[in-house]
Design a protein around this ligand. Sequence first.
Ligand code: SF4
Length: 169
Amino acid sequence: MIKFWQRRVGREISTENLELDDELEEIKKQIKNKINKKFAGSLAIRMVDSGSCNACEAECNALSNPYYNLERLGFYFVASPRHADVMLLSGAMSVNMHHHALDAYEQIPSPKWVISLGDCPTMEAPFEKTFAIKAPVSEYLPIAHHISGCPPEPKDIIKGLLDFLNKLE
Ligand code: SF4
């Protein structure tokens, strides 16, 4: 064990320094300004998985890490639709999730918006239309903005959120 640590300390800790993405930093700045101006500093998101493969959710999880740090910009993920402003909907809307998604939408106080995430909600993703799939979700919910990709990367999602905020102007 001592030899292991001697070797380890002798080699120094190899942590790479992060390279800042200037484009991403600019997008973050714009998001922060817009949320401050329009939503008094915070915009709450209720994520609803209507039948996804979970890759879209994994990319969303990355938004909470210290690099993307979405909460510092004013976006918050909340557990209840009653606390939300925006529904972020992923998945191909399975029959079993259909009424839950509509129910969650009903419970969001107005004004409210739905952003569809990934190619599933628009039926562009690998799943094929079957009796168990209700997508495209635009037939059931008013989609204010769509973020495409399978899955969209965290930067694509952040860009998509900025595009959504721009649409509200
Ligand atoms: S869009 Fe692609 S990554 Fe996202 S849930 Fe559908 S299949 Fe999975």
